[in-house]
Design a protein around this ligand. Structure first.
Ligand code: TPP
Ligand code: MG
Length: 332
């Protein structure tokens, strides 16, 4: 079976592999949505349809020894970093085969072999953790980088400002990646936030910042790559704002009926899959027939996987008491 690390390494320098992983994410999210609607998933799910280029651009820029602190909307980044569809879907469906043994669910993914720190449902929760990881790397004199991935709404949270301030004053090797998908929980950004260009908030912390086109994997790689390089070489943190769009609703059955007419359609013209397909075809790295084949194979492979995972074992009751840290145990 392919490991998370092997799946991660397959991405480096391979644009077609990155595209295939983007298709995997898109089809994965479709199946997750269908399973949720059918009642096969407990709790909730937050899809990242439309945000695939950001996930792949980031994953193919970072090393597996770097760490990423993500949010409840992390299926895409988990798959991009290398987690297998089985371990991610297993987790979402609460099965023992999931990356956290099925006790975490959709919002709580983790796989340290590829640097995915436990994802958090607390808005802004990942930022101090990424800054803390950056501090650890700095103290250890390692060349690793901590990355926080968070939404536009999260830039209004105190932890955002505290983390940026601390990272800036201590020049921590951290990259703050804001996934500006235009919406918070159900509110459009202009209803909650007085500025449009969130990356400018870094100016208060004398921190380098930039906006990137989050629908284009090359732009993501270039921007995040530059920020990662700065952090790795001792130049301190950067705030990168990726302009994306949430193609789905916020979570569960939200159909996002509050969106202005035509907005989704406008962004769909820049669908990250479409943008990548056009690029790969222009560079003669793929044909339309091959694209169609990749999509249909992925769809049927994931449908077969979903059937398999439905029959995977549930966690044992004792799983509730495993992975619990106590000072007494730690001292032994
Ligand atoms: C501290 C905290 N406050 C409020 C919430 C409820 N909540 C869940 S998602 C969300 C909106 C976050 O929007 P954004 O940061 O843009 O992320 P997106 O959902 O778009 O990925 C809110 C307010 C929460 N989970 N944590
Ligand atoms: Mg958002």
């Amino acid at each position: 079976m392919t490991s998370s690390l092997e799946r991660r390494k397959a991405l480096y320098g391979n644009d077609l592999a990155c595209y295939e992983r983007m298709v995997e994410i898109r089809e994965f999210e479709k199946i997750t949505n269908a399973l949720f609607a059918a009642g096969s998933i407990r709790g909730t799910t937050h899809l990242a349809v439309g945000q695939e280029a950001l996930a792949l651009g980031m994953a193919s820029t970072l090393q597996p020894t770097d760490v990423v602190a993500g949010t409840y909307r992390s299926h895409a980044i988990a798959l991009a970093l290398g987690l297998t569809p089985h371990s991610v879907l297993g987790e979402i469906m609460g099965k023992a085969t999931g990356c956290c043994g099925g006790v975490g669910g959709s919002m709580h993914m983790c796989d340290t072999s590829v640097g995915l720190l436990p994802t958090s449902a607390i808005i802004g929760g990942g930022m101090p953790i990424a800054a803390g990881a950056g501090l650890a790397f700095q103290v250890q004199k390692s060349k690793n980088v901590g990355v926080a991935l968070f939404g536009d709404g999260a830039t209004n949270i105190g932890a955002f400002h505290e983390s940026l301030n601390l990272a800036a004053i201590w020049k921590l090797p951290v990259v703050f990646v804001c996934d500006n998908n235009v919406y918070g929980e159900y509110s459009r950004i202009d209803k909650t936030t007085p500025i449009e260009d969130l990356h400018k908030r870094a100016e208060s912390y004398a921190m380098p910042h930039m906006a990137i086109d989050g629908m284009d994997i090359h732009a993501v790689r270039k921007g995040i790559g530059e920020a990662v390089e700065r952090a790795r070489s001792g130049g301190g943190p950067t705030l990168v704002e990726a302009k994306t769009y949430r193609f789905s609703g916020h979570s569960r059955a939200d159909q996002a009926l509050y969106r202005p007419e035509g907005e989704l359609e406008k962004w769909q013209k820049r669908d990250p899959l479409l943008v990548t397909e056009q690029d790969l075809i222009a560079r003669k790295l793929v044909t339309q027939e091959k694209i169609d084949q990749i999509k249909s194979t992925m769809e049927s492979d994931l449908a077969a996987l979903a059937k398999k995972v439905e029959n995977d074992p549930e966690p044992q009751l004792s799983a509730m008491f495993s992975n619990i840290w106590t000072p007494a145990k730690a001292g032994k």
